[in-house]
Design a protein around this ligand. Structure first.
Ligand SMILES: C[S@@+](CC[C@H](N)C(=O)[O-])C[C@H]1O[C@@H](n2cnc3c(N)ncnc32)[C@H](O)[C@@H]1O
Length: 266
């Protein structure tokens, strides 16, 4: 490894530490105004960029963490929630006799890796080409494969379980509607999203521009049984609800996983 390659990741990490110390010293009201201004600027820029370009930049600029030439899907993809989530999904795979799972927005495969089950095919889908190449090279085998696709526009592979973990929170309402329409062919759909803390006065399904941020800064999140998604309540079961390890705005934010069944009927 050349000296320059060694130094760069360290510099990025140091810059991140300095930034978080500076943030702690700034009054919270000022910080909030700064975040609002920064988000609206990012939204304006991302609106003009295709989804592929936006998320490729997110990974290449390490907006969700990582350093050097690593591609990192963020802190929501590791730790206790990931292992608790994997336990819930693995139980479901066993109970429902799943043969093929399709992971839409598989990211860096940190979570997907924990879902691997003997004899069950795993197909990871993501829009970022280099991420898919890296995953294929490192983890591809007889039952584990990856495809570079846009879940909003492209045809999805067949399977019996579709997993969408912490992806809708980064997409617009229109894009989510399009994906939900296409997932109707799956017998089981698992959707995991980040939700505001229980004391927050919620604004349901506030729209956003596709990008690395989430609706949580608008006191909002994705509510599948509400407009414009309208998934029938009786088709949705909450199967996991735990406190997010890393909160984005307030302590006490939740990570919830919903199982959708009978999607072909609505
Ligand atoms: C926050 S990451 C979640 C990764 C993984 N599901 C997890 O829980 O660790 C969201 C992922 O969705 C991918 N993504 C966003 N829009 C997409 C689209 N239209 N088609 C395919 N992947 C998309 C992003 O590139 C990113 O890897």
């Amino acid at each position: 490894m050349r000296v320059q390659e060694k130094i760069k990741p360290r510099t990025e990490e140091t810059m991140r530490s300095i930034k978080s110390i500076v943030k702690l010293m700034i009054p919270s009201r000022l910080m909030k105004n700064y975040h609002t201004w920064k988000r609206s600027r990012v939204h304006r820029v991302n609106k003009a960029r295709p989804i592929k370009e936006v998320f490729t930049r997110v990974y290449e600029e390490h907006q969700w963490g990582g350093a050097g030439d690593s591609y990192c899907s963020g802190s929501g993809s590791s730790g206790f929630h990931a292992s608790q989530y994997a336990a819930v999904v693995k139980q479901l795979i066993q109970d429902k006799g799943i043969k093929t799972m399709i992971d839409l927005g598989c990211g860096d495969f940190v979570v997907g890796r924990a879902l691997r089950t003997e004899g069950v095919k795993y197909i990871g889908i993501d829009i970022v080409d280099n991420l898919i190449h890296k995953n294929l090279e490192a983890y591809g085998d007889a039952i584990t494969s990856f495809q570079s696709l846009d879940m909003v526009k492209d045809q999805l592979p067949d399977g019996d379980l579709c997993i969408i973990r912490q992806v809708f929170q980064h997409l617009s309402n229109k894009q989510i509607v399009s994906v939900l329409q296409k997932t109707k062919k799956f017998k089981y759909i698992l959707i995991t999203e980040h939700y505001p803390a229980p004391f927050v006065k919620i604004r349901v399904n506030v729209d956003k521009i596709h990008g690395p941020d989430t609706r949580i800064h608008d006191d909002s999140a994705v509510f599948l049984d509400e407009q414009p998604f309208n998934v029938p309540t009786q088709s949705i079961t909450l199967i996991s609800d735990i406190e997010a390890q890393m909160h984005l705005v307030h302590k006490g934010e939740r990570l919830k996983t919903f199982l959708i069944q009978n999607a072909h009927s609505f």
